[in-house]
Design a protein around this ligand. Structure first.
Ligand SMILES: Cc1ncc(COP(=O)(O)O)c(C=O)c1O
Length: 480
């Protein structure tokens, strides 16, 4: 049984200038000494009197700290025999635990947690510098000041009703979708919407068509949920519906990005849209339409949603606020066919719902007071300009190696490799140098010799910024 050395006892003396009461400071330091292994199970604690005199504290202060530790089980008081560290505490190792390596299949999908700013080329992040912070702060402040009853009781698990109404109105005006707020379910991001659909309509092992290449995160999410994804190739008219009908005619669902295919950027042609809807109607399959960034189309008007053609009510439409506002909100929504309102309602009644009311209420105000439409009007020309910055920088610097595919919209460019070579080492080298370039191969289900790079442009504030980033990227590529 060892006693703490004189030196360690000195180190336990509380610093009087900190904010917490002295007894709590002493309590914390003794507890840390135990947790850090400086005091082991069975070690005797000096008497209250000697600790008090050694540390220059009142006896009552030391007693209060010791009593707290006794009440929490760290120490055991044995009367005249003194106070010891509880022998029942497992010996705490001072050696840092070894964290096993995480399985590493793909390059990490998020930037390091320490720096969740925006890395150059990072996909999927809207222009954060153009976010209307003042308006947002004003609307949020109002909700925080006036704590309404609806913000205090259990919220509707389908989402805050004013937001659901605002979404239904917006979809009617902007996306050609006629729906009531009862069809709208607010979710935690797009994957929250996928999760809701999966729980409500599918069972593990069910098969669905998935665009190849297609949205990487949705694919991983659905596969992890136990669904079986049948890759269906995409060409310049979008999903090759006939291929899906041949390879998996019995599929229960199809996940598609008809307005702006992710990641190729093409639109699903009208004949293919009709073919897909016919297939779903004939097979009683469900179509999940992911309409993630249709608002950002730079030539002409945004295309109407597939859902606007859905006469047989087979389309579940998913939208998100991640691009039109910011992904930090974690708000998306699902519009379900009228025939499924009850089934989905029943499912959400037994689920945690989309989270707190306050952010939903702020988005609802933002939409209903006209800020949303204004914000979108401002963002379209801004993104068109920023895309141009990146395209010009790529053409200037890497024209011999890359072909930038023209795209009608979106927040990223797809640059095809002119030579047949593996795109993964290039993307890895960029990531190793702090740039968030993604390899097209990682978004494919079926390997292809045609490589490409996905590069976001929304946060390039000037042509110089884009040029500098492309210059750094080129150096990284050379090292690959
Ligand atoms: C194809 C696609 N769908 C949906 C989303 C939206 O996802 P979330 O709502 O989880 O941010 C994204 C975001 O990058 C996307 O790229």
């Amino acid at each position: 049984m060892t006693r703490p050395s004189r030196l360690e006892l000195k180190a336990l003396g509380p610093a009087r200038d900190r904010d917490a009461p002295i007894y709590l400071q002493l309590y914390n330091q003794l507890r840390e000494a135990i947790a850090g292994g400086h005091l082991g199970p069975g070690d005797r604690i000096p008497s209250v009197r000697s600790l008090a005199s050694e540390l220059g504290l009142a006896r009552g202060t030391v007693e209060a700290a010791i009593q707290l530790l006794v009440s929490e089980g760290y120490l055991v008081a044995r009367g005249a025999a003194g106070t010891i560290v509880s022998p029942r505490l497992a010996v705490v190792s001072t050696v840092a635990p070894v964290i096993p390596e995480l399985p590493h299949v793909l390059a990490p999908l998020s930037p390091p947690a320490s720096e969740r700013g925006v890395a150059p080329f990072q996909l999927g992040i809207p222009a954060l510098d153009a976010f209307p912070r003042k308006t947002w702060a004003r609307l949020s402040g109002r909700h925080q000041r006036t704590v309404t009853t609806s913000a205090m009781v259990y919220p509707d698990p389908a989402g805050h009703e004013p937001l659901r109404r605002a979404i239904a109105t917006y979809l009617g005006i902007s996306r050609g979708i006629s729906c009531s707020h009862e069809q709208v379910f607010v979710t935690t991001g797009y994957r929250g919407a996928l999760d809701l659909v999966r729980r409500t309509l599918f069972s593990p092992g069910d098969t669905g068509w998935f665009e190849d290449p297609g949205y990487l995160l949705a694919r991983i999410f659905l596969e992890r949920a136990g669904l079986s994804l049948q890759p269906v190739a995409v060409d310049d008219e979008g999903l090759r519906v006939a291929d899906g009908k041949t390879s998996a005619p019995q599929a229960r669902f199809a996940v598609v990005t008809p307005t702006h295919q992710s990641p190729l950027g093409v639109a699903l042609s009208l004949p293919r849209r009709l073919e897909l809807l016919d297939w779903a109607a004939a097979r009683k399959a469900w179509i999940i339409e992911d309409d993630y960034d249709s608002e950002f189309r730079y030539n002409g008007r945004p295309l109407p949603a597939l859902k606007s053609l859905d006469r047989d009510d087979r389309v579940l439409y998913a939208g998100t606020f991640s691009k039109v506002l910011v992904p930090g909100l974690r708000l998306a929504y699902l519009v379900v066919p009228v025939s499924l309102i009850g089934t989905f309602r029943d499912e959400v009644e037994h689920s945690p719902g989309p989270g707190p009311v306050a952010p939903q209420a702020v988005v609802a105000d933002f939409m209903s007071q006209g800020h949303f439409a204004r914000h979108l009007r401002r963002m379209r020309p801004l993104y068109a300009t920023r895309r141009q910055y990146l395209v010009e920088a790529l053409v200037d610097r890497l024209d011999d190696r890359l072909f930038v595919q023209p795209q009608a919209g979106g927040l990223h460019v797809l640059a095809h490799l002119k030579a047949r070579r593996n795109d993964r080492p290039i993307a890895s080298a960029a990531r190793a140098n702090g740039m968030d370039v993604q390899a097209l191969s990682d978004w494919r289900l079926t390997p292809s010799v045609e490589g490409g790079l996905l590069m976001g442009f929304a946060n390039f504030g000037s042509a110089d910024e884009a040029r500098d980033a492309v210059g750094t990227f080129e150096l990284a590529w050379r090292s690959a």
